[in-house]
Design a protein around this ligand. Sequence first.
Ligand code: EPU
Length: 464
Amino acid sequence: MNEARRHDDANERGSAQNHGASVGLSFDKITIRGGIPLVGRIELKGAKNLVTKAMVAALLGETPSVLKDVPNISDVRIVRGLLEVHGVKVTEGDEPGDLILDPVNVESAHFAAIDAHAGSSRIPILFCGPLLHRLGEAFIPDLGGCRIGDRPIDFHLEVLRKFGAVVEKQPNGIRMSAPNGLKGAKLELPYPSVGATEQVLLTAVRADGITELKGAAIEPEIMDLINILQKMGAIITVDTDRVIRIEGVERLTGYHHRALFDRNEAASWAAAALATNGDIFVGGARQPEMLTFLNVFRKVGGAFDICDDGIRFYHPGGDLKPVIIETDVHPGFMTDWQQPLVIALTKAHGTSIVHETVYEQRFGFVDALVDMGATIQIHKECLGGHPCRFGQRNFNHSAVITGPTKLHGADIVVPDLRGGFSHLIAALSADGTSTVSNVGIISRGYENFIGKLRLLGADFDLEG
Ligand code: EPU
């Protein structure tokens, strides 16, 4: 691997974070005339937070993999680009959403080609284990992703070191090598991090010996990654109490897999149905992975019908009710669900509390809502539930939402992916016209959201 340039320090407690690039959209602003209920049917594809990792897993196989239901979102395009610069041949298959990933000719990438992906996503950190197995070295560019907290990678680097990786921080990324190979290890995460659990899985499956991970995250997307790795030949046991055991194997083959549906997208459209007095059938959504969301949705006053091919979410009439929510790791209420739901809570009769315990800065999106007429106060204290690790650290991580308030149109700027979708819902449910800028970020995680809005009857214009 050739390294040409060096600049800013890549800090273990949080590398540089750019906004997610607005990839593939010819516009960046939407003018929305609000007040129209969203009604109709949309179809989901695979979960962004599984598909991108499944693509990385393909690097571990000795034969091509086929991944189905891959959404056309910019995070997928970023991971595809990074795979391609490492010699993976990526082609579309017969059906829309099919991706064929051929890792037979994996090779070291030129520094400039890797660096072109700097600041675009958090997924590159998951290339470490697979590249170390395939090439004996890896260079990871500075990471990107939403600005919703510090988002350090210390757990990732710590587990990689325990596998035997040598980690060298460089001005614009991290260089790794494994001079003595990677060996199974006894590991324990201080917090059930999704990314760090995936890091362990993607590294341990081909490490020499047995790995035991305590304190693992067990999100459905992680379970689906385990399904994929098992199809490839891995031996992974999920025990009780967040313990995962992996017996390393020498060889893995490619996989054939249909990705788990995107439950974050499903919850976003459900929240849009509720806030706009609408009725949306979300094709592909399933009950088991959304159990916790469905309970809260019902408590707020939403209704749903669970069908074989999806879930219908609707506002059944009557007043919406306030709730107290605490975001948490699975099986708790996901952090990615709170932003879209907050719009419905501005319309609920009474005081709701959202205590964010996963990310310390995930309320950046509420300023715009307050400009639109919402009554939301943000507090540093842990409100409404149990104390969390942010309570003593001066982070604005609890929101008090008092309703009902009528939102009115405003000019607002999307701050991050889920906050951006929440801004769309706010504009769609507000009286009057809103202009939502920086919507390119939304394309990182929501496939064809403009086409879906059209299908559901939203009234809007696009601007460059
Ligand atoms: N953390 C550390 N050190 C680490 C890793 C994580 O302190 O080395 C902390 C984080 O700062 C955070 C907490 O642990 O406070 C949880 O982070 P986690 O590692 O679980 O999150 P992630 O893997 O970076 C994924 C999703 C997020 C989702 C979270 C939680 C992807 C690409 N991202 O992030 O999705 O919110 O898990 O479920 O899978 C989104 O889709 O909009 C999104 C942000």
